[in-house]
Design a protein around this ligand. Structure first.
Ligand code: COA
Length: 164
């Protein structure tokens, strides 16, 4: 069985992430979507909230598992005996960071392969931060995120938008 891990912060998951997961399913028998820790990111949603949004957004896709990990990605990969990581590449600006992370992960575990998938071009400008910023200022983001994420963003920012 060909299995790949798709790691990220997913704060929150967007349609761009879903697009990558769907593309990954065409290549692999199973995708593990892994909510991991980026030490420099302060998240809006708790880990449980992010997992629940992913579960709801991906509930119709078989062969997709959701998991979380608070250590080094490569330790999870070894524990699960998986040897492929999927990452999305939106634009050339992603390249340097991804290149550094890919080579460091391979340095830590030479058996790993990192595969980059390009999202549909309509998602190349999308990021979780942009979605949060739009939602914070009361803009509708339902065309950019799964339904559950849109609802949770409205809930999170309701008080704030009502005050302004
Ligand atoms: N569609 C929409 N947005 C996308 C996207 C896509 N297809 N692909 C990436 N993004 C966005 C994300 O929304 C995110 O936006 P944000 O910065 O505004 O939050 C950004 O691109 C990158 O996020 P993501 O893909 O979630 O990765 P990340 O950089 O947040 O996560 C980890 C990186 C968690 C995988 C990495 O830090 C990690 O492996 N952590 C574990 C610890 C570890 O092993 N560290 C050593 C690494 S060498």
């Amino acid at each position: 069985m060909k299995i790949a891990v798709y790691p990220g912060t997913f704060d929150p998951v967007t349609n761009g992430h879903i697009d990558i997961i769907k593309r990954g399913r065409k290549i692999f028998d199973k995708i593990i979507v892994l909510v991991a820790i980026h030490p420099n990111k302060k998240t809006l949603f708790t880990i449980d909230e992010r997992i629940n949004m992913l579960k709801e957004s991906l509930k119709d896709l078989n062969n997709v598992e959701i998991d979380h990990w608070d250590g080094l990605l490569i330790d999870y990969i070894k524990k699960k005996k998986v040897n492929v990581i999927i990452r999305g590449m939106r634009a050339i600006s992603d390249f340097e960071y991804e290149f550094q992370m890919a080579l460091m992960n391979r340095n830590l575990y030479p058996d790993i392969e990192i595969i980059f998938l390009f999202p549909d071009e309509k998602y190349t400008y999308l990021s979780s931060s942009i979605v949060k910023e739009l939602a914070m200022f009361g803009k509708d983001v339902k065309h950019l995120v799964p339904k559950i994420v849109n609802e949770k963003l409205i809930e999170k920012y309701r008080g704030k938008n009502e005050k302004s």
